[in-house]
Design a protein around this ligand. Structure first.
Ligand SMILES: *[C@@H]1O[C@H](CO)[C@@H](O)[C@H](O)[C@H]1NC(C)=O
Ligand SMILES: *[C@@H]1O[C@H](CO)[C@@H](O)[C@H](O)[C@H]1NC(C)=O
Ligand SMILES: *[C@@H]1O[C@H](CO)[C@@H](O)[C@H](O)[C@H]1NC(C)=O
Ligand SMILES: *[C@@H]1O[C@H](CO)[C@@H](O)[C@H](O)[C@H]1NC(C)=O
Ligand SMILES: *[C@@H]1O[C@H](CO)[C@@H](O)[C@H](O)[C@H]1NC(C)=O
Ligand SMILES: *[C@@H]1O[C@H](CO)[C@@H](O)[C@H](O)[C@H]1NC(C)=O
Length: 287
């Protein structure tokens, strides 16, 4: 009785294998749980121009913007940057809607790009902080508003964090609970252009930045950086200080209306190759 059952199942497997080889591809496709997670994620989105029309069928690894590991076939990258989905001239039809927490089922995700879409009026979901495999997170100019969630501090593998809000200036802000930044120990690239940082002191902010050993690029223009008034310069320790012995090569602090004596530490680096201080009022020098 048993043999009668096992032989056909072996045959079935063999036929399946031959079928795959005949088609010239490996018998691999995305896992069912990851496919379902993506289907659920898509259901939460509004996609008026059907940018994700390829998101059907069994093999989610072939869907637009979805990239799988070539050996494990797990989804490792979700690149939904608007400019990568749509190459025409029209600006309409950006993705919007809800970011479904089903993304958490993508346990092997290391690259998430939702940039240049239009999630207007929604906050950056705090559960993104639980996607701890991420090394790349790009939420730039995606229409998010509100507080940058401190849960991002759990993303200790993050190398690139892009929260650029140039097109919706100051819709995003960081509040006084910003120590999370100092936990991003792998971070090399931080862009917070146009994120409102007025609620925190630049001294404390730079203190957190100084704890990032690998940080190379720091982009903070139009951030309402809160700089102490030169008059209260009694203690030099309250003066914001970036430790340029670290790996910083690029610093952009432009357009922050800083009115201060010129910070001498800026002259103290051999590595710095790009420095932008436009539209601030630095004058004279520190004592
Ligand atoms: C998988 O991709 C990596 C890098 O993209 C490549 O080096 C490797 O040869 C690929 N493996 C297979 C089995 O295709
Ligand atoms: C994030 O995406 C934008 C386009 O939406 C791109 O210009 C930018 O370079 C990306 N950031 C990083 C760190 O790759
Ligand atoms: C990291 O995640 C845990 C649990 O998910 C949470 O309690 C904690 O506040 C998070 N840490 C940061 C820095 O956000
Ligand atoms: C600056 O960073 C270097 C290298 O990480 C470290 O050795 C040094 O103590 C730091 N200096 C200050 C003033 O924090
Ligand atoms: C900068 O600060 C000095 C001293 O506090 C003040 O006299 C000057 O008017 C300020 N300049 C600007 C452009 O705000
Ligand atoms: C410049 O760097 C040296 C050595 O790292 C340090 O002793 C000095 O205080 C720094 N000067 C300024 C103005 O930061």
């Amino acid at each position: 009785m048993r043999k009668q059952n096992t032989i056909p199942s072996h045959l079935h497997l063999l036929m399946l294998l031959l079928g795959c080889l005949y088609n010239g591809e490996l018998c691999m496709s995305c896992s069912e749980s990851e496919r379902l997670a993506l289907v659920k994620f898509k259901a939460g989105l509004q996609d008026p121009h059907q940018l994700l029309s390829s998101w059907e069928g069994d093999d989610c690894c072939t869907w637009t913007g979805v990239h799988c590991d070539n050996e494990t076939w797990h989804v490792v990258s979700l690149d939904l940057q608007y400019h990568h989905l749509y190459h025409g001239v029209s600006n309409g039809g950006r993705l919007s809607g809800e970011i479904n927490p089903s993304l958490l089922s993508l346990k092997h995700l290391n690259h998430l790009d939702l940039s240049s879409n239009h999630f207007k009026g929604t906050e950056i979901p705090s559960f993104i902080g639980s996607l701890t495999g991420l090394s790349y997170l790009n939420l730039s100019n995606a229409g998010f508003i509100g507080r940058v969630p401190p849960q991002l501090g759990n993303l200790t593998s993050l190398i690139y964090l892009d929260l650029n809000s140039f097109y919706s200036m100051h819709d995003l802000h960081v509040d006084d609970n910003f120590q999370w930044l100092s936990f991003l120990s792998s971070l090399q690239y931080l862009d917070m252009s146009g994120v409102n940082l007025a609620k925190i002191s630049s001294d404390n902010l730079f203190h957190a930045v100084n704890m990032l050993p690998a940080l190379s690029v720091l982009i903070l223009p139009n951030c309402h950086l809160h700089w102490p008034q030169p008059s209260s310069s009694s203690s030099s320790s309250s003066s914001p200080y970036l430790n340029l012995s670290n790996s910083l090569t690029t610093i952009d602090l432009s357009n922050n209306q800083i009115n201060s004596t010129f910070p001498l530490w800026l002259t103290n680096s051999s590595r710095l190759v790009h420095l932008d201080l436009w539209f601030n009022h630095f004058h004279g020098s520190d004592t």
